[in-house]
Design a protein around this ligand. Structure first.
Ligand code: PLP
Length: 346
């Protein structure tokens, strides 16, 4: 890795407002038993489930940059929208509490289900515990509508003399959160250099795409020769590819640097997605169980079990001596929200 490239990237990142929320760097660990059982490549895990704030996860890194914007705007309240069992929303509620801001959250009906655990436990329980005010939005596939409704709540707050900041997640807004994963790429690169590791591939969940795009951008900006593969957890590879492509250009614009990501870098695999967002399948169930029982490492049913299933398949097919890095993006509180599904595993 060129030190000059690294210095430039860090310098560009430091020009943007950031608040420190996470316990960083997160560990990079080899999964010994899982690797032995799988055969083929060694599996390593970047423990972003351990970012520290209120059960951790990838949204802590993303919120460092969003709430940097909120602080710059001198906001006294933050608003965010997400799925009922959203980790982003829960992490935002925790960050707001830590910063002394009011938090207003809108929960969208993205996964059609009405069991008690899903509606009340897991992240929803934590949102309440963290003191967020909860609103609900009946349609889960209407990003524009959900944003509009959130804007109305912000207007009401403004009318009441508040200074709200909306965490803008839909396309068409600058992806400040992705900067957290550009920074994470620099953190990972330093760990790889320290430990003398040269992995072939990084596997990461691709949801909104902020994590995937940020990591990919950072890895390419640092000139590292590692394939970054996004495992689709929300939409198919064609739709997701376009998102990642635009996100990377938007990151370049935010950092005022050239976009180092080429078309052939945009790698997406949607073969683990069925039957859809927030729904387990045979491969993701098996990966969730194997990781728990071989490593004592907990994955989540919505985001990390599918990429781990992909990681196990790739590892098994790879040559001995290859190394794959799995980005554990967190989400473990959702285990309790998905109690009804997980119960069927035993
Ligand atoms: C949100 C989330 C993801 C997906 O990250 P994006 O940046 O939205 O693509 C992955 N894992 C977990 C646990 C998440 O909460």
């Amino acid at each position: 890795m060129g030190n000059k490239k690294r210095a430039t990237l860090i310098d560009r990142l430091e020009r943007l407002p950031r608040v420190r929320l996470g316990q960083l760097p997160t560990p990079l660990e080899r999964l010994d038993r899982l690797s032995n059982e799988t055969g083929g490549a060694e599996i390593w895990v970047k423990r972003d489930d351990c970012t520290g704030l209120a059960f951790g996860g990838n949204k802590v890194r993303q919120l460092e940059y969003y709430l940097g914007q909120a602080r710059k705007a001198e906001a006294d309240s933050v608003l965010i929208t997400g799925a009922v069992q959203s980790n982003f929303v829960r992490s935002c509620a925790a960050a707001a509490a830590k910063m002394g801001l009011e938090c207003h959250i809108q929960l969208e009906e993205r996964v059609p289900r009405d069991d008690e655990f899903y509606r009340q436990s897991g992240n929803v329980l934590l949102d309440r515990l963290l003191g967020a005010q909860i609103y609900s939005y009946a349609n889960g596939e209407d990003e524009a509508g959900a944003d509009r409704r959130l804007g109305e709540i912000a207007s009401d707050l403004r009318a009441a003399g508040k200074r709200p900041y909306i965490v803008p997640l839909s396309p068409g807004h600058p992806p400040f959160g992705a900067l957290g994963y550009v920074a994470a790429a620099a953190e990972l690169a330093a760990q790889l250099a320290d430990q003398g590791l040269a992995p072939q591939e990084i596997i990461v969940a691709s949801g909104s795409g902020a994590t995937h795009a940020g990591l990919l951008f950072g890895i390419r900006a640092l000139d590292l020769d590692i394939v970054v593969t996004g495992i689709c957890v929300r939409r198919d590879a064609t739709a997701q590819r376009q998102r990642i492509e635009s996100r990377c250009q938007e990151i370049a614009d935010l950092l005022q640097m050239d976009n180092p990501v080429r078309n052939h870098d945009l790698l997406l695999d949607d073969s683990y997605l069925a039957p859809g967002y927030g729904k387990l399948n045979a491969a993701s169930k098996a990966a969730l169980l194997a990781t728990a029982r071989s490593e004592g490492l907990l994955l989540d049913p919505v985001y990390t079990a599918k990429p781990m299933a992909a990681c196990l398949d790739r590892a098994a097919a790879a040559q001995a001596g290859c190394k794959i890095i799995f980005i554990h993006t967190g989400g473990t509180p959702a285990l309790f929200g998905y109690h009804a599904d997980l119960q069927t595993l035993f």
